[in-house]
Ligand binder design. Structure first.
Ligand code: UTP
Length: 482
Protein backbone atom coordinates (compact mmCIF):
# COMPACT_ATOMS: atom_id res chain seq x y z
CA UNK A 1 0.00 0.00 0.00
CA UNK A 2 1.42 3.37 -0.96
CA UNK A 3 -1.23 5.98 -0.35
CA UNK A 4 -2.38 5.98 3.26
CA UNK A 5 1.00 6.30 4.97
CA UNK A 6 -0.03 9.03 7.46
CA UNK A 7 -3.00 7.06 8.45
CA UNK A 8 -0.93 3.88 8.67
CA UNK A 9 1.37 5.65 11.07
CA UNK A 10 -1.52 6.86 13.19
CA UNK A 11 -3.03 3.39 13.29
CA UNK A 12 0.32 1.84 14.23
CA UNK A 13 0.78 4.37 17.05
CA UNK A 14 -2.59 3.35 18.43
CA UNK A 15 -2.21 -0.38 17.84
CA UNK A 16 -5.04 -0.45 15.32
CA UNK A 17 -3.20 -1.38 12.07
CA UNK A 18 -5.44 -4.40 11.60
CA UNK A 19 -8.14 -2.03 10.35
CA UNK A 20 -6.28 -1.83 7.03
CA UNK A 21 -5.73 -5.58 6.83
CA UNK A 22 -8.01 -6.04 3.80
CA UNK A 23 -7.28 -2.68 2.18
CA UNK A 24 -5.53 -4.15 -0.86
CA UNK A 25 -8.51 -6.39 -1.63
CA UNK A 26 -11.05 -3.55 -1.68
CA UNK A 27 -12.54 -1.79 -4.69
CA UNK A 28 -11.50 1.88 -5.12
CA UNK A 29 -14.85 3.08 -3.73
CA UNK A 30 -14.58 0.84 -0.70
CA UNK A 31 -11.01 1.98 -0.08
CA UNK A 32 -12.11 5.58 -0.21
CA UNK A 33 -15.01 4.93 2.16
CA UNK A 34 -12.78 3.10 4.64
CA UNK A 35 -10.18 5.86 4.65
CA UNK A 36 -12.86 8.44 5.18
CA UNK A 37 -14.28 6.46 8.07
CA UNK A 38 -10.86 6.05 9.68
CA UNK A 39 -10.03 9.73 9.30
CA UNK A 40 -13.25 10.56 11.13
CA UNK A 41 -12.12 8.66 14.25
CA UNK A 42 -10.25 10.51 16.99
CA UNK A 43 -7.74 7.82 17.96
CA UNK A 44 -6.18 9.89 20.76
CA UNK A 45 -9.52 10.31 22.48
CA UNK A 46 -10.27 6.66 21.83
CA UNK A 47 -7.06 5.54 23.59
CA UNK A 48 -8.19 7.35 26.72
CA UNK A 49 -11.65 5.83 26.49
CA UNK A 50 -10.25 2.33 25.94
CA UNK A 51 -8.14 2.73 29.06
CA UNK A 52 -11.03 4.06 31.13
CA UNK A 53 -13.93 1.99 29.91
CA UNK A 54 -12.64 -1.16 28.21
CA UNK A 55 -9.51 -2.24 30.03
CA UNK A 56 -11.10 -1.25 33.32
CA UNK A 57 -14.79 -1.63 34.12
CA UNK A 58 -15.80 1.76 35.44
CA UNK A 59 -17.17 1.51 38.94
CA UNK A 60 -19.89 4.00 39.72
CA UNK A 61 -19.44 5.44 43.21
CA UNK A 62 -22.77 6.26 44.75
CA UNK A 63 -22.20 9.47 46.66
CA UNK A 64 -23.16 9.67 50.30
CA UNK A 65 -26.02 11.91 51.31
CA UNK A 66 -28.14 11.30 48.24
CA UNK A 67 -31.81 11.97 48.70
CA UNK A 68 -34.99 11.72 46.64
CA UNK A 69 -35.98 14.77 44.59
CA UNK A 70 -39.00 16.97 45.12
CA UNK A 71 -41.75 16.26 42.62
CA UNK A 72 -44.78 18.09 41.35
CA UNK A 73 -47.67 15.62 41.80
CA UNK A 74 -49.42 14.27 38.71
CA UNK A 75 -52.87 15.00 40.10
CA UNK A 76 -53.31 17.94 42.48
CA UNK A 77 -54.80 17.00 45.85
CA UNK A 78 -54.85 20.47 47.38
CA UNK A 79 -55.68 23.98 46.25
CA UNK A 80 -52.10 25.14 46.10
CA UNK A 81 -51.04 22.35 43.74
CA UNK A 82 -54.19 22.85 41.70
CA UNK A 83 -53.28 26.53 41.32
CA UNK A 84 -49.74 25.58 40.33
CA UNK A 85 -51.06 23.18 37.67
CA UNK A 86 -53.57 25.72 36.35
CA UNK A 87 -51.01 28.50 36.07
CA UNK A 88 -48.50 26.17 34.46
CA UNK A 89 -50.99 24.85 31.93
CA UNK A 90 -51.94 28.41 30.95
CA UNK A 91 -48.27 29.36 30.59
CA UNK A 92 -47.56 26.25 28.52
CA UNK A 93 -50.51 26.93 26.23
CA UNK A 94 -49.35 30.49 25.75
CA UNK A 95 -45.82 29.38 24.87
CA UNK A 96 -47.19 26.89 22.35
CA UNK A 97 -49.53 29.48 20.86
CA UNK A 98 -46.64 31.96 20.59
CA UNK A 99 -44.59 29.44 18.57
CA UNK A 100 -41.94 29.12 21.27
CA UNK A 101 -42.05 25.33 21.57
CA UNK A 102 -40.44 22.67 19.38
CA UNK A 103 -40.93 18.90 19.52
CA UNK A 104 -37.80 16.75 19.44
CA UNK A 105 -37.83 12.98 19.04
CA UNK A 106 -34.71 10.86 19.30
CA UNK A 107 -34.99 7.97 16.88
CA UNK A 108 -31.40 7.06 16.13
CA UNK A 109 -31.24 3.86 18.20
CA UNK A 110 -30.59 0.39 16.83
CA UNK A 111 -33.60 -1.24 18.44
CA UNK A 112 -31.66 -4.48 18.86
CA UNK A 113 -33.96 -5.89 21.53
CA UNK A 114 -37.04 -5.45 19.33
CA UNK A 115 -35.29 -6.91 16.30
CA UNK A 116 -37.49 -4.95 13.86
CA UNK A 117 -36.14 -4.46 10.33
CA UNK A 118 -35.97 -0.73 9.76
CA UNK A 119 -36.29 2.39 11.90
CA UNK A 120 -38.34 1.74 15.03
CA UNK A 121 -40.45 4.83 14.31
CA UNK A 122 -41.88 2.97 11.28
CA UNK A 123 -43.26 0.16 13.46
CA UNK A 124 -47.06 -0.05 13.22
CA UNK A 125 -48.14 0.35 16.77
CA UNK A 126 -51.79 1.44 17.10
CA UNK A 127 -54.54 -1.11 17.77
CA UNK A 128 -57.10 -0.32 15.04
CA UNK A 129 -55.61 1.96 12.38
CA UNK A 130 -52.14 0.37 12.66
CA UNK A 131 -50.35 3.69 12.52
CA UNK A 132 -46.58 3.79 12.82
CA UNK A 133 -44.99 5.43 15.84
CA UNK A 134 -43.88 8.44 13.82
CA UNK A 135 -47.51 9.07 12.82
CA UNK A 136 -48.70 8.89 16.42
CA UNK A 137 -46.42 11.81 17.30
CA UNK A 138 -47.00 13.67 14.02
CA UNK A 139 -50.75 13.66 14.72
CA UNK A 140 -50.21 14.95 18.25
CA UNK A 141 -48.13 17.79 16.84
CA UNK A 142 -50.70 18.45 14.12
CA UNK A 143 -53.48 18.47 16.70
CA UNK A 144 -51.59 20.98 18.86
CA UNK A 145 -50.86 23.16 15.81
CA UNK A 146 -54.56 23.26 14.98
CA UNK A 147 -55.68 23.75 18.54
CA UNK A 148 -53.43 26.73 19.20
CA UNK A 149 -53.23 27.90 15.58
CA UNK A 150 -49.47 27.93 15.62
CA UNK A 151 -46.35 26.35 14.15
CA UNK A 152 -44.57 23.63 16.10
CA UNK A 153 -41.40 22.56 14.33
CA UNK A 154 -40.49 18.92 14.78
CA UNK A 155 -36.83 17.88 15.01
CA UNK A 156 -36.25 14.20 14.30
CA UNK A 157 -32.90 12.73 15.30
CA UNK A 158 -31.75 9.75 13.26
CA UNK A 159 -28.37 8.03 13.04
CA UNK A 160 -26.34 6.88 10.05
CA UNK A 161 -27.95 3.42 10.37
CA UNK A 162 -31.49 4.69 9.78
CA UNK A 163 -31.33 8.23 8.41
CA UNK A 164 -32.06 7.40 4.76
CA UNK A 165 -35.04 5.09 5.41
CA UNK A 166 -36.45 7.47 8.02
CA UNK A 167 -36.47 10.44 5.65
CA UNK A 168 -37.89 8.25 2.87
CA UNK A 169 -40.68 7.10 5.21
CA UNK A 170 -41.67 10.67 6.02
CA UNK A 171 -41.61 11.62 2.33
CA UNK A 172 -43.64 8.57 1.38
CA UNK A 173 -46.28 9.49 3.99
CA UNK A 174 -46.25 13.18 3.06
CA UNK A 175 -44.97 14.09 6.50
CA UNK A 176 -48.24 12.78 7.97
CA UNK A 177 -49.94 16.06 7.15
CA UNK A 178 -47.29 18.34 8.67
CA UNK A 179 -45.65 20.99 6.47
CA UNK A 180 -42.38 19.45 5.23
CA UNK A 181 -40.59 22.71 6.12
CA UNK A 182 -41.49 22.19 9.75
CA UNK A 183 -39.85 18.75 9.97
CA UNK A 184 -36.08 18.94 10.45
CA UNK A 185 -33.92 15.80 10.39
CA UNK A 186 -30.60 15.67 12.16
CA UNK A 187 -28.13 12.82 12.28
CA UNK A 188 -26.37 11.89 15.50
CA UNK A 189 -22.75 10.83 15.82
CA UNK A 190 -21.33 7.31 16.06
CA UNK A 191 -18.68 5.49 18.08
CA UNK A 192 -16.64 2.44 17.10
CA UNK A 193 -17.30 -0.88 18.81
CA UNK A 194 -14.20 -1.85 20.80
CA UNK A 195 -13.15 -5.47 21.29
CA UNK A 196 -12.16 -6.53 24.79
CA UNK A 197 -8.51 -6.48 23.65
CA UNK A 198 -8.83 -2.76 22.95
CA UNK A 199 -8.91 -3.22 19.17
CA UNK A 200 -11.68 -1.81 17.03
CA UNK A 201 -13.73 -4.33 15.09
CA UNK A 202 -14.35 -4.48 11.35
CA UNK A 203 -18.01 -4.99 10.46
CA UNK A 204 -16.88 -5.86 6.91
CA UNK A 205 -13.42 -5.96 5.30
CA UNK A 206 -13.80 -2.31 4.34
CA UNK A 207 -15.88 -0.99 7.20
CA UNK A 208 -15.28 -0.34 10.90
CA UNK A 209 -18.13 -1.49 13.19
CA UNK A 210 -19.73 1.71 14.43
CA UNK A 211 -22.91 2.37 16.37
CA UNK A 212 -24.87 5.46 17.38
CA UNK A 213 -23.33 7.31 20.33
CA UNK A 214 -26.40 7.17 22.58
CA UNK A 215 -29.33 9.54 23.07
CA UNK A 216 -26.95 11.92 24.84
CA UNK A 217 -25.53 12.41 21.35
CA UNK A 218 -28.66 14.49 20.80
CA UNK A 219 -27.05 17.53 22.39
CA UNK A 220 -24.02 17.88 20.08
CA UNK A 221 -26.21 16.78 17.15
CA UNK A 222 -28.66 19.64 17.82
CA UNK A 223 -25.78 22.07 17.67
CA UNK A 224 -23.70 20.56 14.83
CA UNK A 225 -26.68 20.03 12.53
CA UNK A 226 -27.81 23.63 12.71
CA UNK A 227 -31.04 22.60 14.48
CA UNK A 228 -30.34 24.97 17.38
CA UNK A 229 -29.71 27.83 14.99
CA UNK A 230 -32.92 26.93 13.16
CA UNK A 231 -34.81 27.02 16.46
CA UNK A 232 -33.34 30.40 17.28
CA UNK A 233 -34.35 31.76 13.88
CA UNK A 234 -37.90 30.53 14.47
CA UNK A 235 -38.07 32.01 17.97
CA UNK A 236 -38.26 28.59 19.66
CA UNK A 237 -37.27 28.76 23.34
CA UNK A 238 -38.32 25.40 24.72
CA UNK A 239 -37.64 21.90 23.42
CA UNK A 240 -39.98 19.02 24.23
CA UNK A 241 -37.75 15.92 24.14
CA UNK A 242 -39.10 12.38 23.87
CA UNK A 243 -38.13 8.96 22.60
CA UNK A 244 -39.61 7.25 19.60
CA UNK A 245 -40.67 4.04 21.30
CA UNK A 246 -43.42 5.18 23.70
CA UNK A 247 -46.79 5.60 21.95
CA UNK A 248 -48.42 6.93 25.14
CA UNK A 249 -45.98 9.82 25.39
CA UNK A 250 -47.43 13.31 25.03
CA UNK A 251 -45.18 15.03 22.52
CA UNK A 252 -46.49 18.49 23.41
CA UNK A 253 -47.75 18.73 26.98
CA UNK A 254 -48.82 22.24 28.06
CA UNK A 255 -48.64 21.38 31.77
CA UNK A 256 -45.07 20.11 31.60
CA UNK A 257 -43.92 22.90 29.30
CA UNK A 258 -45.50 25.49 31.58
CA UNK A 259 -44.09 24.07 34.83
CA UNK A 260 -40.62 24.03 33.31
CA UNK A 261 -40.99 27.63 32.10
CA UNK A 262 -42.64 28.97 35.28
CA UNK A 263 -39.65 27.82 37.32
CA UNK A 264 -37.22 29.08 34.71
CA UNK A 265 -35.77 25.57 34.60
CA UNK A 266 -32.98 24.63 32.21
CA UNK A 267 -33.86 20.95 32.00
CA UNK A 268 -36.86 19.12 33.45
CA UNK A 269 -38.05 15.55 33.56
CA UNK A 270 -41.14 13.44 33.97
CA UNK A 271 -40.95 10.67 36.53
CA UNK A 272 -42.97 7.56 37.30
CA UNK A 273 -43.52 5.88 40.63
CA UNK A 274 -41.62 2.63 40.18
CA UNK A 275 -43.62 -0.58 39.74
CA UNK A 276 -41.30 -2.41 42.11
CA UNK A 277 -37.93 -1.60 43.68
CA UNK A 278 -35.97 -3.53 41.05
CA UNK A 279 -37.75 -2.11 38.00
CA UNK A 280 -35.15 -1.30 35.35
CA UNK A 281 -35.63 2.45 35.34
CA UNK A 282 -33.01 5.02 36.29
CA UNK A 283 -33.69 6.60 39.71
CA UNK A 284 -34.02 10.32 40.17
CA UNK A 285 -31.87 11.37 43.13
CA UNK A 286 -30.49 14.62 44.45
CA UNK A 287 -26.71 14.65 44.73
CA UNK A 288 -24.97 17.78 46.04
CA UNK A 289 -28.14 19.74 45.42
CA UNK A 290 -28.38 18.63 41.77
CA UNK A 291 -30.97 16.31 40.28
CA UNK A 292 -29.17 13.26 38.94
CA UNK A 293 -30.29 9.98 37.45
CA UNK A 294 -28.55 6.94 38.87
CA UNK A 295 -29.06 3.82 36.84
CA UNK A 296 -30.95 0.98 38.48
CA UNK A 297 -27.90 -1.25 38.34
CA UNK A 298 -25.64 1.34 40.01
CA UNK A 299 -27.77 2.01 43.07
CA UNK A 300 -26.95 -0.43 45.91
CA UNK A 301 -29.81 -2.80 46.64
CA UNK A 302 -30.29 -1.60 50.23
CA UNK A 303 -30.91 1.92 48.93
CA UNK A 304 -33.16 0.62 46.15
CA UNK A 305 -35.30 -1.17 48.73
CA UNK A 306 -35.20 1.52 51.44
CA UNK A 307 -38.64 2.69 52.45
CA UNK A 308 -40.02 5.78 54.15
CA UNK A 309 -41.88 5.72 57.49
CA UNK A 310 -45.18 5.32 55.65
CA UNK A 311 -43.88 2.29 53.74
CA UNK A 312 -43.24 3.88 50.35
CA UNK A 313 -40.00 3.39 48.47
CA UNK A 314 -37.62 6.21 49.31
CA UNK A 315 -36.21 6.32 45.78
CA UNK A 316 -39.48 5.90 43.98
CA UNK A 317 -39.05 8.22 41.01
CA UNK A 318 -38.15 6.36 37.83
CA UNK A 319 -36.86 8.14 34.75
CA UNK A 320 -38.88 7.66 31.54
CA UNK A 321 -36.79 9.87 29.26
CA UNK A 322 -39.29 12.65 28.75
CA UNK A 323 -37.69 16.04 29.17
CA UNK A 324 -38.03 19.74 28.61
CA UNK A 325 -34.83 21.50 27.63
CA UNK A 326 -34.48 25.23 27.26
CA UNK A 327 -32.76 26.13 24.01
CA UNK A 328 -30.40 28.40 25.93
CA UNK A 329 -29.31 25.44 28.08
CA UNK A 330 -28.44 23.29 25.06
CA UNK A 331 -26.60 26.25 23.55
CA UNK A 332 -24.64 26.69 26.76
CA UNK A 333 -23.68 23.01 26.97
CA UNK A 334 -22.56 22.81 23.36
CA UNK A 335 -20.96 26.25 23.10
CA UNK A 336 -17.35 25.01 22.88
CA UNK A 337 -18.25 22.29 20.32
CA UNK A 338 -19.12 18.80 21.53
CA UNK A 339 -20.69 18.23 24.90
CA UNK A 340 -19.03 16.90 28.02
CA UNK A 341 -21.42 14.19 29.11
CA UNK A 342 -19.85 11.06 30.59
CA UNK A 343 -19.71 7.82 28.61
CA UNK A 344 -21.43 4.61 29.68
CA UNK A 345 -20.10 1.16 28.86
CA UNK A 346 -22.37 -1.52 27.42
CA UNK A 347 -21.12 -5.05 26.76
CA UNK A 348 -22.57 -6.29 23.46
CA UNK A 349 -22.38 -9.05 20.91
CA UNK A 350 -20.91 -7.41 17.82
CA UNK A 351 -20.75 -9.30 14.54
CA UNK A 352 -17.41 -8.70 12.87
CA UNK A 353 -14.93 -10.19 10.42
CA UNK A 354 -12.02 -12.18 11.78
CA UNK A 355 -8.41 -12.11 10.56
CA UNK A 356 -9.35 -14.36 7.62
CA UNK A 357 -12.22 -12.14 6.54
CA UNK A 358 -14.93 -14.50 7.81
CA UNK A 359 -18.02 -13.04 9.50
CA UNK A 360 -18.26 -14.07 13.14
CA UNK A 361 -21.19 -13.66 15.52
CA UNK A 362 -20.09 -14.75 18.98
CA UNK A 363 -22.51 -16.27 21.50
CA UNK A 364 -21.25 -14.05 24.29
CA UNK A 365 -20.62 -10.30 24.38
CA UNK A 366 -17.28 -9.59 22.71
CA UNK A 367 -17.11 -5.83 22.60
CA UNK A 368 -17.83 -2.60 24.38
CA UNK A 369 -20.11 0.05 22.98
CA UNK A 370 -19.85 3.51 24.45
CA UNK A 371 -22.93 5.67 24.74
CA UNK A 372 -23.89 8.98 26.25
CA UNK A 373 -27.23 9.42 27.99
CA UNK A 374 -29.37 12.52 27.86
CA UNK A 375 -30.23 12.37 31.56
CA UNK A 376 -26.58 13.07 32.42
CA UNK A 377 -27.28 16.66 31.39
CA UNK A 378 -29.68 17.06 34.35
CA UNK A 379 -27.03 17.80 37.00
CA UNK A 380 -25.58 20.42 34.67
CA UNK A 381 -28.84 22.34 34.74
CA UNK A 382 -29.22 25.25 37.11
CA UNK A 383 -32.87 24.55 37.79
CA UNK A 384 -34.95 21.41 37.24
CA UNK A 385 -38.60 20.49 37.66
CA UNK A 386 -39.61 16.87 38.14
CA UNK A 387 -43.22 16.21 37.25
CA UNK A 388 -44.73 12.98 38.46
CA UNK A 389 -46.69 11.15 35.76
CA UNK A 390 -49.18 8.33 35.71
CA UNK A 391 -47.87 5.19 34.06
CA UNK A 392 -51.30 4.34 32.68
CA UNK A 393 -51.47 7.72 30.96
CA UNK A 394 -47.98 8.22 29.60
CA UNK A 395 -45.68 5.23 29.55
CA UNK A 396 -45.72 1.99 27.61
CA UNK A 397 -42.53 1.67 25.56
CA UNK A 398 -41.92 -0.88 22.85
CA UNK A 399 -38.49 -2.25 23.74
CA UNK A 400 -38.72 -6.03 23.40
CA UNK A 401 -40.03 -8.49 20.82
CA UNK A 402 -42.20 -10.14 23.45
CA UNK A 403 -43.07 -10.05 27.14
CA UNK A 404 -42.87 -6.82 29.13
CA UNK A 405 -42.50 -3.56 27.20
CA UNK A 406 -43.32 -5.14 23.86
CA UNK A 407 -45.71 -4.32 21.02
CA UNK A 408 -48.34 -6.47 22.74
CA UNK A 409 -48.20 -4.56 26.01
CA UNK A 410 -48.22 -1.23 24.15
CA UNK A 411 -51.33 -2.25 22.17
CA UNK A 412 -53.02 -3.36 25.35
CA UNK A 413 -52.10 -0.15 27.18
CA UNK A 414 -53.35 2.06 24.34
CA UNK A 415 -56.71 0.30 24.37
CA UNK A 416 -56.90 0.46 28.16
CA UNK A 417 -56.16 4.18 28.20
CA UNK A 418 -58.70 4.88 25.45
CA UNK A 419 -61.32 2.89 27.37
CA UNK A 420 -60.59 4.80 30.58
CA UNK A 421 -60.90 8.15 28.79
CA UNK A 422 -64.22 7.06 27.29
CA UNK A 423 -65.57 5.80 30.58
CA UNK A 424 -64.59 9.02 32.33
CA UNK A 425 -66.49 10.84 29.60
CA UNK A 426 -69.59 8.76 30.36
CA UNK A 427 -69.38 6.22 27.50
CA UNK A 428 -70.01 2.57 28.34
CA UNK A 429 -67.14 0.32 27.31
CA UNK A 430 -67.59 -3.46 27.19
CA UNK A 431 -65.35 -5.38 29.55
CA UNK A 432 -64.99 -9.11 30.07
CA UNK A 433 -65.40 -10.96 33.36
CA UNK A 434 -61.84 -10.03 34.38
CA UNK A 435 -62.47 -6.35 33.69
CA UNK A 436 -60.41 -6.39 30.51
CA UNK A 437 -61.61 -4.14 27.70
CA UNK A 438 -63.53 -6.37 25.27
CA UNK A 439 -63.12 -4.22 22.13
CA UNK A 440 -60.24 -2.68 20.18
CA UNK A 441 -60.41 1.08 20.63
CA UNK A 442 -58.17 3.74 19.18
CA UNK A 443 -58.48 7.47 19.64
CA UNK A 444 -56.52 9.55 17.17
CA UNK A 445 -54.76 12.55 18.72
CA UNK A 446 -56.60 14.51 16.02
CA UNK A 447 -59.85 13.60 17.78
CA UNK A 448 -58.60 14.11 21.34
CA UNK A 449 -55.19 13.91 22.93
CA UNK A 450 -56.21 13.85 26.57
CA UNK A 451 -59.07 12.55 28.67
CA UNK A 452 -60.36 16.09 29.21
CA UNK A 453 -60.37 16.84 25.51
CA UNK A 454 -62.15 13.58 24.79
CA UNK A 455 -64.87 14.45 27.29
CA UNK A 456 -65.51 17.69 25.38
CA UNK A 457 -65.67 15.93 22.02
CA UNK A 458 -67.25 12.55 22.37
CA UNK A 459 -70.89 11.62 22.00
CA UNK A 460 -71.79 9.97 25.29
CA UNK A 461 -74.30 7.77 23.49
CA UNK A 462 -71.56 6.10 21.49
CA UNK A 463 -72.21 2.38 21.65
CA UNK A 464 -69.40 -0.10 21.63
CA UNK A 465 -70.21 -3.81 21.45
CA UNK A 466 -67.87 -6.60 22.54
CA UNK A 467 -65.47 -7.43 19.72
CA UNK A 468 -65.94 -4.05 17.96
CA UNK A 469 -63.05 -2.22 16.41
CA UNK A 470 -63.59 1.42 17.16
CA UNK A 471 -61.55 4.24 15.70
CA UNK A 472 -62.19 7.84 16.67
CA UNK A 473 -60.49 9.88 13.98
CA UNK A 474 -60.04 13.50 13.05
CA UNK A 475 -63.63 14.14 12.04
CA UNK A 476 -64.98 11.98 14.76
CA UNK A 477 -65.58 9.09 12.38
CA UNK A 478 -66.29 5.90 14.18
CA UNK A 479 -65.84 2.43 12.84
CA UNK A 480 -63.41 -0.15 11.64
CA UNK A 481 -60.05 0.50 10.14
CA UNK A 482 -58.50 3.88 9.36
P1 UTP B 1 -32.91 2.57 23.85
O1 UTP B 1 -31.96 2.84 24.93
O2 UTP B 1 -34.12 1.79 24.19
O3 UTP B 1 -32.12 1.89 22.65
O4 UTP B 1 -33.31 3.94 23.19
P2 UTP B 1 -32.61 1.33 21.26
O5 UTP B 1 -31.46 1.49 20.35
O6 UTP B 1 -33.89 1.93 20.79
O7 UTP B 1 -32.89 -0.19 21.54
P3 UTP B 1 -31.89 -1.36 21.97
O8 UTP B 1 -31.32 -0.97 23.29
O9 UTP B 1 -30.86 -1.50 20.88
O10 UTP B 1 -32.79 -2.54 22.05
C1 UTP B 1 -34.25 4.79 23.74
C2 UTP B 1 -34.52 5.90 22.75
O11 UTP B 1 -33.33 6.60 22.45
C3 UTP B 1 -33.08 6.58 21.06
C4 UTP B 1 -33.85 5.39 20.52
O12 UTP B 1 -34.12 5.56 19.14
C5 UTP B 1 -35.08 5.43 21.40
O13 UTP B 1 -35.98 6.43 20.95
N1 UTP B 1 -31.64 6.45 20.83
C6 UTP B 1 -30.93 5.50 21.48
C7 UTP B 1 -31.03 7.29 19.93
O14 UTP B 1 -31.70 8.16 19.32
N2 UTP B 1 -29.71 7.16 19.73
C8 UTP B 1 -28.96 6.25 20.36
O15 UTP B 1 -27.74 6.19 20.12
C9 UTP B 1 -29.57 5.39 21.27
Amino acid sequence: MTEPTDLQRTLAEHDQEHLLRFYETLSPERRKALLEQLRGIDFDELDTLIEQYVRRKPHVEVPSGIRPPEMVPARPSDEQTQALHDAARRRGEQLIADGKVAAFVVAGGQGTRLGYEGPKGCLEVTPVAHKPLFQVFAEQILAARRRWDTAIPWYVMTSPINDVPTRAFFRQHKYFGLPADDVFFLVQGTMPAIGYDGKLLLAAPGRVAMSPDGHGGALPALSDSGALADMAARGVEQISYFQVDNPLCRAVDPLFIGLHAERDAEMSAKALPKRDPMEKLGNFCVVDGKVTVIEYCDLPEDLVRQTTDDGHLLFNAGSIAIHMLSRAFVERLTAGGGCELPWHRADKIVTHVDADGNAVTPDEPNAVKLERFIFDALPLAERTVILETLRTEEFSPVKNAEGADSLNTALHDQVRRAAEWLEEAGVTVPRDADGKVAAAIEISPLFADSGEQLAEQVDKHLTIAPGDKVYLGSRGQIGGEK
